[in-house]
Design a protein around this ligand. Structure first.
Ligand SMILES: [Zn+2]
Length: 197
């Protein structure tokens, strides 16, 4: 299930795993162009793997999903709902979205085990090895984002892109998700508009 390609399959411009998750929708602000890249439970597992956030063996999860496709589909739906809740909580101040994240976080804790780190002297929550593992990882990320300083939360300045990120630039003036992508495209478009005028 891992990609032999060295390039990351999912965008990593968010500055936080929960924002990177939101960015798995491309062209979010243009319904006619929007692309969903988390189309299945396998995609969710691949996303978690890219983040290095999955304790379980992906082959085991693949087998469990084959044995119970309905449960895997429910987990996929739940992760997508959590992703949308992150977006709506941060950018639309949605109370019901915050409630969902709170509920999922409590449920994630109840499914997890507090384990000692083998290397450092810390303890951390380990998600279960079953189909609910990815949703657990995502719920922890969503809660972590929501309870951190959101003063730097931004959305790309492009009309359609919709990617979100934490603006950690020194002057807090980052306008684009990527300078090479949306930044460049918008600069070129503006230049052409000026030339026409
Ligand atoms: Zn963008």
């Amino acid at each position: 299930m891992t990609e032999p390609d060295a390039r990351p399959r999912f965008p990593e411009v968010g500055g936080h795993p929960a924002f990177d998750l939101v960015d798995t929708v491309h062209w979010r602000l243009d319904e006619s162009r929007a692309i969903e890249t988390l189309t299945s439970f396998a995609d969710v597992v691949a996303w978690c793997l890219q983040r290095g956030a999955l304790g379980a063996d992906p082959a085991d999860l693949e087998r469990l999903a084959r044995e119970d496709p309905a449960a895997a589909a429910r987990e996929h739906d739940a992760v997508v709902a959590l992703r949308e809740a992150v977006y709506e909580a941060v950018f639309e101040a949605s109370a019901s979205a915050v409630e969902l994240i709170a509920r999922e976080h409590v449920a994630a804790l109840s499914r997890s085990t507090l384990v000692a780190d083998a290397v450092s002297s810390t303890w951390s929550w380990r998600a279960p090895d079953d189909l609910s593992g990815p949703r657990t990882v995502v719920a922890f990320a969503a809660h972590d984002l929501l309870t951190s300083d959101l003063g730097a939360a931004r959305q790309c300045g492009d009309d359609a892109c919709g990617w979100v990120y934490l603006d950690t630039s020194p002057r807090h003036n980052r306008v684009w998700c990527t300078a090479a992508g949306c930044g460049n495209r918008n600069r070129v478009a503006r230049h052409q508009a000026r030339k026409k005028a």
